[in-house]
Every structure is written in structure tokens, then in C-alpha cells.
Design a protein around this ligand. Structure first.
Ligand SMILES: NC(=O)c1ccc[n+]([C@@H]2O[C@H](COP(=O)([O-])OP(=O)(O)OC[C@H]3O[C@@H](n4cnc5c(N)ncnc54)[C@H](OP(=O)(O)O)[C@@H]3O)[C@@H](O)[C@H]2O)c1
Length: 241
């Protein structure tokens, strides 16, 4: 599948489990928290010394429910900021290429179509914690930050905003893209080609989803869609090659 030796943190994450169905091989190592705890630098060392990867895909994170990041800021800071910084330091020591999963919610969520170099203003504590992780990754040049507008299939909620937009991309489509961009560096937005209301997106996979308004919710971003020209150009070049 690939000759790259890759260690993946958060191997039991929802994304990790789905990725492992098609992206596997003896050189791709999915680690559980028990094998590689991002808050335990010894366990990171042990794992990296054992497998000697040249790539590390960092999925381990505190993500859902997002409200956790408002309720328990210590856990959020530890996992997403300090845990990520621990990973960056070890990758830097061992010159391992680091791929970090961030979120499109680091953008302000107002006008949408955000480019990678647009100003940032995370929409909630989860996004701040992911941006905190990004800050340490960015110090290390042998790295790639993915700002994902990723979601699951089918749509998981019973209600969806009719007046909020995004260009959500399903995990399965991210899984197709990921192996093609492992050698890229810097920041890449990952979303679908189509920016639309969350309600119209949701209806396609969950026909009985109910429309709701942002007015009924506290601070839900109006438009978090991302510009994916950079990603498209990279993929086009790959096809040409
Ligand atoms: N909507 C999305 O899915 C979305 C969108 C954009 C970005 N992302 C990013 O994509 C990545 C994967 O998301 P996901 O939703 O698939 O994640 P997830 O299902 O919430 O799983 C997170 C994983 O991190 C592990 N973890 C937590 N603390 C750890 C620690 N101290 N050491 C090692 N592992 C630890 C957990 O281990 P346990 O199983 O032991 O608890 C769990 O397997 C995350 O970085 C997330 O922020 C996701």
C-alpha cells in the first residue's frame, strides 16, 4: 500500500478505525492510548523507538462532545495543546514528518470560503484547543496541518441549521485524499466542492432531519466553509504525474 513507515496516534478514534479498513499494512501502526499516551513522554519515546517511523499521523485528541471543552478546560488543554506539543517535540527530535488533524472551526465562521492564510478566530473552546495544537506544530517545519471540515455519514444529528453553511466532507473522502498528501508541508484546508446550508447537506443522508435556525442556538458559526483551491491544485498535480 505504501512504503512509508507510519505511526498513528489515536488509532481507536472514529476516524482512525475507519482509516484502518483501507489504509493498512505492516508498516502502518495504529496505536491505542495504552501503547502511546500523548501525555506520557516515555510512552511516546518507547513507541517511536520501537517502530522508528518516518511519518506520524496525529489523530489523538479530545474532540466530542464539544461542550467538554467549555466544561473541563484542563482536559482540553492537556490533550489538545500539551499532548500535541509533546508529539511535536518528539517528532522534531527524531526528524519524523508530522501530520496534524485540525479543524475549519479555527476560522471566524462569518463569511466562509476561508483561505489557509486568512485571519483566524476560533468559534469555540474546541477550536481554540486545536489552534493551540497548531501553534506548536507550526514551529516544526517538517509538518503538515490539515484544517478539516470533516463529518460523518450519515448525518448524525436530528436537527440541522438552515441558515448556517459549511462545505462538509465525509471521512471516506478524506481517507481517499490523505495518502496523496502525506508529503506536503504547511497548512491545507480539506472540505468538499460544495458550500451549502447544513440542513440541505444533512437531508441527503438523513431525509427526516428537522430544520432549525441559528437564532435558536448560542454562537453557532454562520459560514465555516473553506476554500479548497490549494488542495485541488495539489491533487491535480498528482494526477498529472
Ligand atoms: N468531525 C470530525 O470528525 C473532525 C473534524 C475535524 C477534525 N477532526 C480531528 O480528527 C481527529 C480524529 O477525530 P475523531 O472524531 O475520529 O476522534 P475521536 O473519535 O474523538 O477519538 C479521539 C481519540 O484520541 C484518543 N486519545 C485521547 N486522549 C489521548 C491520550 N492522552 N493519548 C493517546 N490517545 C488519546 C482517544 O483514545 P481512547 O479511545 O482511549 O479514548 C480516542 O481514540 C481529531 O484530532 C479531531 O480533532 C475531526
Amino acid at each position: 500500500m505504501t512504503n512509508k513507515k507510519i505511526v498513528i496516534t489515536g488509532g481507536n478514534s472514529r476516524f482512525g478505525r475507519e482509516l484502518s479498513k483501507s489504509f493498512f499494512g505492516k508498516n502502518i501502526i495504529y496505536t491505542s492510548r495504552k501503547q502511546l499516551d500523548i501525555l506520557d513522554t516515555k510512552s511516546i519515546d518507547n513507541c517511536l523507538n520501537k517502530y522508528k517511523p518516518n511519518y506520524l499521523i496525529h489523530l489523538a485528541s479530545l474532540s466530542r462532545p464539544m461542550i467538554m471543552h467549555e466544561k473541563d478546560i484542563k482536559l482540553s488543554i492537556d490533550t489538545n495543546i500539551i499532548g500535541t506539543a509533546n508529539i511535536v517535540k518528539k517528532c522534531s527530535d527524531k526528524n519524523i514528518k508530522l501530520i496534524y488533524f485540525s479543524t475549519n472551526y479555527v476560522y471566524p465562521g462569518i463569511n466562509g470560503n476561508y483561505h489557509e492564510d486568512d485571519p483566524l478566530k476560533p468559534v469555540n473552546n474546541y477550536a481554540w484547543s486545536k489552534l493551540g495544537g497548531e501553534a506548536s506544530v507550526k514551529l516544526y517545519k517538517n509538518s503538515l496541518i490539515l484544517r478539516l471540515a470533516m463529518t460523518e455519514f450519515p448525518f448524525i444529528h436530528n436537527k440541522a441549521f438552515k441558515d448556517a453553511k459549511n462545505n462538509f466532507i465525509y471521512r471516506k473522502d478524506v481517507i481517499e485524499i490523505l495518502p496523496k498528501i502525506l508529503d506536503e508541508k504547511g497548512i491545507i484546508n480539506i472540505g468538499s466542492n460544495k458550500s451549502e446550508s447544513i440542513y440541505s447537506f444533512a437531508k441527503k443522508s438523513k431525509p427526516d432531519v428537522k430544520p432549525i435556525s441559528r437564532k435558536d442556538s448560542k454562537n453557532f458559526p454562520k459560514d465555516s466553509s473553506v476554500n479548497i483551491k490549494k488542495l485541488r491544485d495539489i491533487l491535480k498535480k498528482k494526477i498529472k504525474k
